[in-house]
Ligand binder design. Structure first.
Ligand SMILES: [Zn+2]
Length: 402
């Protein structure tokens, strides 16, 4: 069975000088509009407890364009500016729903430079893409083909800190659902390895990661020694940015392969709520796997599971996966980070710390999974009963809690 999904395809492109200038101007206006609207919304929220709507900010934009000070906003395509206001609206929706923090201002140095164009602001013809206010199409490196007959619905142009230009093209694609399989897997965020699976497999960080990180440390040292505002400092900064970009690219590749394999091989994939990892943050963990990598892996698993008809289960944040024996359910009171393997006081089973945690994550996930009745956990609870779906409502009944 096939289904239609929205899918983004990202490519590098090389702008002409004229295009680069137009885009830089647009990025600046996008940032300004976003920040101004955020300022207005903040004033209304903190001053009067009043929520400003997208429509109101859109009306403000119209007024700004008519002032002498901000007349230049009318010179770039209006679509990316409207999109910035929509993004801000989304950020506030998340904030009011208590899903996200209060939106932050975009900074010229730290924020990603980007502009989003919807259908009315670009031309797509014979595989050529031209943005509003530009005469020539973008010179895109088609590193992989767009799906046959694809029509882009949204185009996002960005420039990273290393000065590379990207265009991300959103279009509808057809993906075939995979045949159902019986396997299920629990995934634990490791300390010594990137992830550990309930099968006992440890997925380590790619080998180049460490070398890249060493290079990064060196480049950062060089940068810190350069005088502020000097040409050399600029050069050193670019080098740091290039290494960062390479780490991110390679990591993304790696995570794509990993998430595809997990979704392909398993009907159910169980992970812990990754936010937990921030709360119980320890620095060695933070260094090996950055938060960004985790968010990336989770979101890849989310959409790939959805595409291919698999299930991703995200389990409770305070589940003591590390301290619980996956054989008999006995909880060990303390489990310092340096303990790599341990023996259960209840059943004398010897556990690898991470594999045991992954097994617990799997069992907890299957207990709440929609497919839980078909894919039964092999684990027995302390009483010796098999965990079945009926017994596990609500979430985690029967599983010991801290
Ligand atoms: Zn035990």
């Amino acid at each position: 069975m096939a289904r239609q999904v929205k899918r983004a395809f990202r490519y590098r492109f090389y702008p002409t000088d004229e295009q680069a200038a137009e885009l830089a101007r647009t990025f600046g206006c996008v940032r300004l509009v976003y920040n101004r609207a955020l300022e207005e919304r903040t004033r209304a929220w903190y001053g009067e407890r009043r929520r400003v709507s997208y429509v109101e900010t859109s009306a403000m934009l119209t007024t700004w364009k008519k002032t002498e000070e901000l007349a230049f906003l009318a010179e770039v395509s209006s679509v990316p500016l409207q999109q910035a206001l929509r993004h801000l609206q989304t950020a506030f929706t998340g904030f009011f729903a208590k899903r996200a923090k209060y939106p932050r201002f975009k900074s010229r140095k730290k924020s990603r430079h980007s502009a989003e164009y919807t259908r009315s602001a670009f031309r797509w013809h014979d595989g050529e893409l031209a943005l509003a206010k530009m005469s020539e199409p973008l010179s895109i490196v088609w590193s992989r083909p767009l799906p046959q007959g694809a029509v882009p619905s949204t185009v996002t142009v960005s420039r990273d800190a290393a000065g590379r230009w990207f265009v991300s093209i959103l279009c509808t694609d057809t993906v075939a659902r995979l045949e159902p399989v019986e396997q299920a897997v629990g995934v634990d965020a490791g300390i010594t390895s990137l992830v550990t699976l309930s099968t006992g497999e440890k997925v380590t960080n790619p080998r180049h990661e460490r070398r890249d990180r060493e290079r990064l440390t060196r480049a950062q040292k060089v940068l810190s020694r350069k005088a502020k505002g000097s040409k050399n400092r600029d050069k050193a900064r670019r080098k740091v940015a290039r290494i960062h970009a390479r780490i991110a690219d390679r990591r993304r590749d790696f995570l794509h392969k990993l998430s595809t394999r997990l979704v392909h091989d398993n009907q159910v994939v169980v992970i812990e709520d990754l936010n937990v990892r921030n709360m119980v943050a320890n620095h060695s963990l933070a260094r090996v796997i950055s938060d960004a990598a985790w968010r990336e892996l989770r979101s890849m698993l989310e959409y790939k599971a959805d595409w291919y008809g698999r299930e991703l289960v995200v389990i409770d944040r305070w589940f003591p996966s590390t301290k619980t024996c996956s054989q008999c359910g006995t909880i060990t009171q303390t489990m310092p980070l340096e303990v790599r393997d341990w023996e259960c006081g209840g059943c004398r089973t010897r556990h690898d710390r991470d594999v045991n945690a992954a097994k617990n994550i799997l069992a907890a996930g299957l207990a709440v999974s929609a497919c839980g009745a078909d894919v039964r956990p092999k684990r027995r609870k302390p009483g010796g009963r098999l965990v079945t779906k009926q017994e596990t409502q609500p979430v985690m009944v029967g599983l010991p809690r801290l």
